[in-house]
Ligand binder design. Structure first.
Ligand SMILES: Nc1ncnc2c1ncn2[C@@H]1O[C@H](COP(=O)(O)OP(=O)(O)OP(=O)(O)O)[C@@H](O)[C@H]1O
Length: 628
């Protein structure tokens, strides 16, 4: 029985409601924006201990390197005063080794953390994507979702190593070197600072452009994967229509867009690199000029000038790291904003895996269903699909929905399954509003075969047991027989364990439909929704499936959307829909005599029973025969 559990959907409240595009282009580089840091820290917080350890070790490696010029200075001074230098040289060698080893361990730990951040983000993304509300999947195309889950999360790898740790390490090292330089000679320090600050300001102005270029490049990658997903999803149609060129053009547009913007990133990147080199060279010349004069005047020793110049070149790595970190931070911020955008999509509450029914289980009681004044339109600015529809379907028996294409028949099923929410009105299962029912239990009570009867890659067994890992063989045999799959399974080389190919391409359309029906029957549903499941069956299999449907109407309420009269006419009641309204409800005979649209549908869609078709053929023959 269905439990009542208020559906508290997992909502992800965005920390910043503005569109990421808008955030990225608010003018300030990401490294100066609190929202970008908040996003970044959210992903990094779980790894904080390892980040501290790895960052600390890298810093230690850097600091031990910093002492080297001090020892170099004493080596020079000892050489000048002809004192022994062996001890200083040994200390220098030891320091070089220690700083290299400690630095390498720190780097490895940070890389490990980066991979962990990518893994945990991907896991979060996977859980989000699979629990997305159906309505949300209309907002971002699947290819784009895939690109965010793969390419964008890959970019986030550099969040830890370059963006965060290098910012912190670079800043600490920079300050330490500047302090040491100040201790050596504050006049030279001021000279250096003046040049470096000027360079820094110029670099910072280019960063916002870099972030927006990085984001656009990622959007280009997403465009490419969306186009490929679209083409591969309809591969045979593309081939049959000779549309390879036009589809390639669409995919290439994305690739070119990614290339164009990545080039912009590369351009800015290399400009910044060259700029740092020039800045340090200018600082070197300035320090050499001012320092040379100070050595000549006796204000400082030659050893101090050499040590100062060494420190000046020591500035290059932390400065480079800081600038690279700023650049990476901007690229990562762009990727993170795309991933966060995905994580902000609304999801359904997670439900527990469904237990598989056993052969000994008693058949569940069939469910009743009713709609009351349901008004529905799909999200977006499309027209109203259901204009206040109401109908009652008692428990057990078979009900068929018929009507012209686009009348809103399949949408009825989507509302029962709660893929979408109606704007007003109620959908009741066993007299209870479906919105008050636990979503997992609601769906467990329903067997649903959607219009295209999708079959997934894998074996027939995988397809039947989707979502139910432990199914008894007897149960499988039962549904295989019921869905008239026995002959097919016997014919296949590996029986139920035969691979069916991507989207079941190794099966015929009718076989796919029967696999989908068997999958729904395996769940022993209380309500079975079949959307045009007999459309691709030959007469023999359709008859057989009709027998199955008739056979289960005692234990399951069966609702079908159908166009074939052979299926429709055996229903206990038929609901005729037109333009989002219920036009008439009745049996086949009642509707044939009372409803003009039903009569027309039956005639124009060749839904007339064979006897009537023969009669009309005879009438047409007579008419033609009467012509002169
Ligand atoms: N995801 C969607 N977003 C926006 N509009 C949609 C969506 N799905 C269907 N529609 C529109 O809703 C209307 C009803 O669609 P529905 O699939 O329910 O019709 P139907 O009666 O089942 O048609 P058919 O017999 O051709 O399958 C159509 O006009 C369709 O274009």
């Amino acid at each position: 029985m269905l439990g009542t559990a208020p559906d508290t959907a997992r909502e992800t409240d965005p920390p910043d409601e503005r569109e990421p595009e808008e955030r990225a282009e608010s003018g300030r580089p990401a490294i100066l924006r609190p929202d970008a840091w908040r996003d970044m820290l959210r992903y990094l917080r779980p790894q904080r201990r390892l980040i501290l350890l790895g960052g600390g070790l890298s810093l230690l490696g850097g600091f031990s390197g910093l002492i080297q010029p001090v020892i170099a200075k004493s080596v020079v001074e000892n050489l000048e005063s002809r004192s022994p230098v062996m001890a200083a040289l040994i200390a220098l060698t030891a320091l070089v080794l220690v700083s290299a080893v400690v630095g390498a361990i720190g780097t490895f730990i940070l890389m490990r953390v980066s991979e962990s951040v990518v893994l945990s983000t991907r896991r979060e993304v996977i859980r989000r994507v699979l629990w997305l509300r159906v309505a949300e999947t209309d907002k971002i195309p699947p290819g784009d979702l895939m690109s965010r889950a793969t390419a964008d999360t890959t970019l986030m790898r550099s969040a830890v190593t370059t963006a965060i740790v290098e910012t912190v390490n670079g800043s600490v090292m920079l300050v330490a070197i500047l302090v040491l330089m100040g201790v050596m000679d504050w006049v030279l320090l001021l000279t250096t600072l003046a040049v470096v600050l000027l360079g820094g300001i110029l670099v910072a102005t280019g960063l916002p452009q870099l972030e927006s270029a990085a984001r656009r490049a990622q959007e280009g990658v997403a465009e490419l994967s969306t186009a490929l997903e679209r083409a591969l999803g309809t591969f045979r149609t593309i081939k049959a229509s000779g549309a390879e060129n036009s589809e390639a053009e669409i995919a290439e547009r994305g690739a070119r867009r990614a290339w164009r913007h990545s080039l912009k990133v590369a351009r800015l990147d290399s400009l910044v690199g060259a700029f740092i080199t020039v800045t340090i060279q200018v600082a070197f010349l300035a320090v050499l000029g001012v320092g040379g004069a100070r050595v000549a005047s006796g204000a400082m020793s030659l050893g101090s000038l050499i040590a100062f110049l060494l420190y000046l070149f020591y500035l290059v790595p932390p400065l480079g790291a800081l600038v690279t970190a700023m650049i990476r931070f901007n690229v990562v911020a762009a990727a993170m904003s795309r991933v966060s955008e995905l994580l902000r999509l609304r999801t359904e509450p997670e439900s527990a895996p469904r237990p598989a029914p056993a052969p000994s289980d008693r058949a569940p009681a069939p469910a009743s269903l009713s709609f009351h004044d349901v008004v529905f339109r799909y999200p977006g600015d499309g027209p109203v699909v259901h204009h206040g529809i109401s109908f009652e379907i008692p428990a057990a028996g078979m009900t068929a929905f018929v009507g012209p294409s686009g009348a809103g028949k399949s949408t009825v099923f989507s509302l029962i399954e709660r893929f979408y929410e109606p704007q007003s009105g109620t959908v009741l299962l066993d007299g209870r509003d479906v919105h008050e029912l636990d979503l997992g239990e609601l769906r467990a009570a329903i067997g649903y075969v959607e219009q295209d009867a999708p079959v997934l890659a894998g074996t027939i067994r995988d397809n039947l047991c989707i979502g139910m890992p432990y199914v008894e063989e007897d149960e499988l045999r039962r549904v295989v027989d019921q869905a008239r799959l026995g002959e097919l399974v016997a014919r296949l080389p590996h029986g139920l364990d035969t691979e069916v190919g991507h989207r079941g391409t190794k099966l015929s359309g009718g076989e796919r439909q029967r696999v989908a029906v068997a999958r729904a029957l395996l769940r022993r549903p209380r309500l079975l929704l079949l959307d045009e499941v007999t459309s691709q069956l030959d007469a023999r299999n359709e008859n057989a499936l009709r027998e199955v449907i008739t056979g289960i109407t005692a234990e399951t309420t069966v609702v079908v959307v159908a166009h074939r009269l052979s299926t429709v006419s055996m229903a206990d009641r038929i609901v005729v829909m037109d333009g989002g309204r219920i036009r008439a409800v009745g049996t086949h005979e009642e509707l044939l005599s009372e409803d003009a649209l039903y009569r027309e549908l039956a005639a124009t869609q060749m839904l007339l029973p064979v006897s009537e078709l023969e009669a009309s053929a005879a009438r047409i023959g007579d008419t033609l025969g009467e012509r002169p």
